[in-house]
Design a protein around this ligand. Structure first.
Ligand code: COA
Length: 326
């Protein structure tokens, strides 16, 4: 059986750091509040000259290097992002240009914080039907440009970064075993951001002439996120006849440490099986899972045959999972 296998991982996190103490200086908040409610201690902020496609390109270069694959060998590039610098062309087009990946078909996927998993599921299907042999799947975001820095309910939660994987078609039992995607648009109002030039006219914010920021009802998002992330993990395991005890590590979307703890409780998983880096990078939306995966990979936490699970949740609502035999 031909499966997509992860041949290399890479990530890029901008240099500039904003700690909770930095935020205290201009916002009615505190390190104590942010850490106790979210587990976040700091986030990284892209330089003014950087765009989401630049971060994506850096992460992709590192993944290609690890995989030992040249950009010219890539057939497909999919970027999960909601913060591309253009409405069009896609961030993926810019990555294709930056890398010189001339043969690659490139497009973006918009699924908010689930963007990477949605992109990955798309790529896996191209590998499965045999039209693609090597692909790049990337999550890249500059979320700090989408939040209102006067709104303490949202701005403390997000950060910037990018993560990437190179997929390669291989025979055998390993690789990406299955992907599972879900959407429920009925929840759109709990987490959204109006578009720049094509917003629906029935929303009051359309009257604003200024920038349009992320809006969120945090406590409502929290409840649905915990259930969806847990349910989709169980769905992925059941679809493969496996149980939580077979898992080496899970990589949930890094939105909030309290969400990660609640998933652990619901799935009855010990905390050392749940990868956490939200304290250092905050919520980087679609970049969060590939950044976490690259960190674990480079720290030597993953060995061949390990079973790992990626599960994401985001605005839409969208949610999904991928089960992987490393
Ligand atoms: N600093 C200090 N106080 C803050 C604050 C901040 N950064 N943000 C909110 N508060 C205040 C609120 O104004 C509110 O004050 P009030 O009681 O005087 O009105 C109080 O804290 C409680 O607000 P609430 O929204 O009920 O807090 P919460 O316990 O639900 O925590 C979140 C807020 C956002 C941390 C939490 O709901 C959450 O993590 N939700 C999920 C969000 C998420 O991850 N979204 C992305 C999913 S992809």
């Amino acid at each position: 059986m031909i499966r997509a296998k992860i041949a290399g991982t890479g990530s890029y996190i901008p240099e500039k750091v904003a700690t909770n103490f930095d935020l205290e200086k201009f916002l009615d908040t505190s390190d104590e509040w942010i850490v106790s409610r979210t587990g976040i201690r700091e986030r990284h902020i892209a330089a003014e000259c950087q765009n989401a496609s630049d971060l994506a390109t850096e992460a992709a270069r590192k993944a290609l290097e690890m995989a030992g694959v040249a950009a010219e060998e890539i057939d497909l590039i999919i970027v999960g992002t909601i913060t591309g610098e253009f409405t069009f062309p896609s961030a993926a087009c810019m990555v294709q240009k930056n890398l010189g990946a001339r043969r690659a078909v490139a497009f973006d996927v918009s699924a908010a914080c689930s963007g990477f998993i949605f992109a990955l599921a798309n790529a896996v299907n191209y590998h499965r039907i045999g039209t693609v042999k090597r692909s790049l799947v990337i999550g890249s975001e500059i979320m700090t440009r989408t939040v209102n820095w006067k709104d303490r309910n949202t701005c403390v939660l997000f950060g910037d970064g990018a993560g990437a994987v190179v997929l390669s078609s291989e025979e055998g039992e390993g690789g990406i075993l299955s992907t599972h995607l879900h959407t429920d648009g009925n929840y759109w109002e709990l987490l959204y951001q109006l578009s720049g030039s094509a917003s629906p006219s029935f929303l009051p914010e359309v009257e604003d002439q200024g920038r349009r920021f992320v809006k969120m009802q945090g406590n409502e998002v929290f409840k649905v996120a915990v259930k969806a992330l847990s349910d989709v993990a169980l769905e992925a395991l059941a679809a493969n006849g496996l149980t939580k005890d077979d898992l080496k590590l899970i990589f949930p979307h890094q939105a909030n440490k309290r969400i990660l703890d609640a998933i652990g409780k619901r799935l009855d998983l010990p905390s050392d099986k749940i990868f956490v880096n939200v304290d250092r990078v905050a919520n980087t939306s679609s970049a969060s899972i590939p950044i976490a995966l690259d960190e674990a990979n480079r720290r030597g936490l993953l060995a061949p045959q390990d079973l790992i699970l990626l599960n994401a949740f985001g605005g839409g609502f969208t949610w999904g999972a991928a089960l992987i035999r490393w």
